[in-house]
Ligand binder design. Structure first.
Ligand code: ADP
Ligand code: MP5
Length: 531
């Protein structure tokens, strides 16, 4: 299994490569929220070409499962062969397998075809609580783990696979995931959707025990039908596109959270409804205006009216801006993750002097960053934004600087000279402030929130009792900072969605330049400063 990060999720299409051809092998949901129907939407929403082989037909809706019809296994094999005899498959996502006969047929097909990537969602129980597997299936699914790259159990599925009671907390969930990963030599995405608490946490756990955590705010909705199906299909698709499992899981979760947030807008069914798979795309399509906008010829005598052509057809919504901007800095984010400084900080092997150099630069940076935030408050068009930036300025100067001073001592901190990388970053921010350019300024401010929050989550997950930088890594795991990051993203992307394309691109460039400054900032402590 290679983790080399190659192509980026920067565009809808990856240069030179066809869209990933992703096959879902799963059951059906006629209401379109789970199973194969959800998989096809998820694959498409994440830039792949979806294909589907049906294991079982399920008469279900948002309220529950009514009955299950399983076609003969021989027909399942015919469907599988029909696909693999003709199409080059880039990734397979396996969902509902229902019984051991289906598991055996899929297992034999995998052994013969050997698709490059296999993700297994070990579906056992629908969100409604109904069982989707028969008696012997769990043992057969456990045996199938030897043939897959990554498995995505929820809390009860993980418990069934490791033959333990369902985890009641995060640490217990991680422990079970570690056991499953080690025992079966498989990557595990342990999903914490069923746990309590304000955050929805998932973790990617490797057989060697390495854990990468992914956290989002818990969306207040009952529309969790098909979240597991959608997540696993997105991961399979994005793994092909990014070449990296952590990037694929992170991107998939980010997309799913946006789709959950928009789910109430769908109004499908009276139970636990589907997520809004095409949230970004529909935001963009919404700007096409009323249906009929594409009528470009009116035949004399017909009653058809040409639709109004005003409005910017390419205007995205805030969610789409969020996704596009984050994707546009994917190579920068990956390069940051791969920096020796970040890796050594995570595994605890970082040289202490380099760590102190980093703290000193960070303290110098934060003083000026606080000024940039204060300027954003000064220029803000609404009292809410004014208050948000002012509170962030306060947070940056007070809490963070205290934190640094507590570690290194005021003297060595403030006697340090700024590195060129620090000065360049600060100058980039303050130039927007000096020009009174609110939109450029807040776009430039955003990566410090967003990238720090993103990297911080992964670093915080590396903590262990004897970690030399353990107390520092713990500071990255701050729910209040995660909440501020979310607010900052929402403020900036809302503005970016409201301006014209040229202005939006100017903002995105300010954002991207700051992202590059973040990369250089993290690289600097291990580089010999130039004169
Ligand atoms: N209310 C929620 N808000 C945000 N993310 C959620 C929520 N519920 C579930 N998720 C996410 O959806 C995915 C599926 O999670 P989970 O509900 O645990 O699995 P399943 O759908 O298989 O039962 C995970 O990434 C989880 O973190
Ligand atoms: C055919 C089928 N497959 C899977 C699920 C579970 O969906 P989820 O766990 O994603 O809510 C489902 N309800 N129907």
């Amino acid at each position: 299994m290679s983790d080399a990060t190659t192509s980026a999720v920067t565009t809808g299409r990856d240069a030179g490569a066809p869209p990933p051809r992703v096959l879902s092998i799963a059951g059906t949901d006629p209401t379109g929220g789970a199973g194969i129907q959800a998989d096809l939407k998820s694959i498409a929403a994440n830039g792949g070409y979806g294909m589907a082989v049906v294991t079982a037909l399920v008469a279900q809706n948002t309220q529950g499962v009514r009955s299950i019809h399983v076609p003969p296994t021989a027909f399942l094999v015919e469907q599988l062969d029909a696909v693999s005899d003709d199409v080059e498959i880039d990734a397979v996502k396996i969902g509902m397998l229902f019984d051991e006969h289906i598991v055996a047929a899929v297992s034999a097909w995998l052994a013969a075809v050997r698709p490059p990537l296999v993700v297994l969602d070990p579906v056992m129980i629908a969100a409604s609580g109904d069982s989707l597997v028969s008696g012997e299936a769990v043992a057969a699914i456990r045996a199938l783990l030897a043939e897959v790259d990554l498995v995505t159990p929820n809390v009860p599925e993980l418990a069934a696979l490791v033959e333990a009671p369902p985890a009641s907390g995060w640490d217990e969930l991680l422990e079970q995931a570690r056991r499953l990963a080690t025992d079966h030599g498989v990557l595990v995405v342990a999903k914490g959707g069923h746990l309590e608490g304000p955050a929805a946490r998932d973790a990617l756990v490797a057989p060697d025990g390495e854990i990468v955590e992914f956290t989002s705010d818990r969306v207040d909705t009952r529309n969790s039908h098909g979240t597991g199906c959608s997540l696993s299909s997105a991961i399979a698709t994005l793994r092909v596109r990014t070449g990296s499992w952590p990037a694929a899981v992170g991107e998939a979760k980010r997309w799913l959270t946006a789709a959950l947030r928009d789910s109430d807008s769908l109004a499908v069914g009276r139970g636990s409804g589907p997520v809004s798979h095409f949230v970004g795309l529909w935001d963009a399509a919404g700007s096409l205006g009323p249906l009929g906008a594409h009528v470009d010829r009116v035949i004399p005598g017909s009653s058809a009216e040409p639709a109004s052509s005003d409005g910017d057809r390419n205007t995205p919504g805030a969610a789409e801006v969020e996704r596009a901007w984050w994707a546009s800095i994917e190579p920068i984010r990956t390069a940051t993750d791969e920096l020796a400084f970040v890796r050594y900080l995570g595994d605890g092997t970082l040289d202490r002097e380099a760590f102190v150099r980093y703290l000193a630069q960070d303290a110098l940076y934060l003083r000026e960053y606080a000024r940039a935030l204060a300027a954003a408050s000064l220029l803000a068009p609404t009292p809410e934004e004014q208050a948000f930036w002012a509170a962030s300025a306060n947070g940056a100067i007070a809490a963070e600087t205290e934190l640094h001073a507590g570690r290194v001592g005021h003297e060595s901190l403030f006697s340090a000279e700024p590195f060129d990388t620090t000065s360049a970053y600060v100058d980039h921010l303050l130039a927007f402030a000096a020009r009174g350019d609110y939109l450029g300024l807040v776009a430039a401010i955003l990566p410090c929130f967003w990238m720090y929050d993103d990297i911080g989550r992964r670093l915080a997950a590396r903590r262990r009792p004897d970690h030399p930088f353990g107390d520092w890594l713990a500071t990255y795991d701050d729910p209040a900072f995660a909440a501020s990051t979310r607010s900052a993203i929402e403020i900036v992307t809302r503005h970016a969605a409201a301006v014209d394309g040229e202005e939006r691109e100017r903002m995105r460039r300010a954002f991207e330049v700051s992202a590059r400054h973040e990369l250089r900032f993290f690289a600097a402590p291990l580089q010999v400063p130039s004169d």
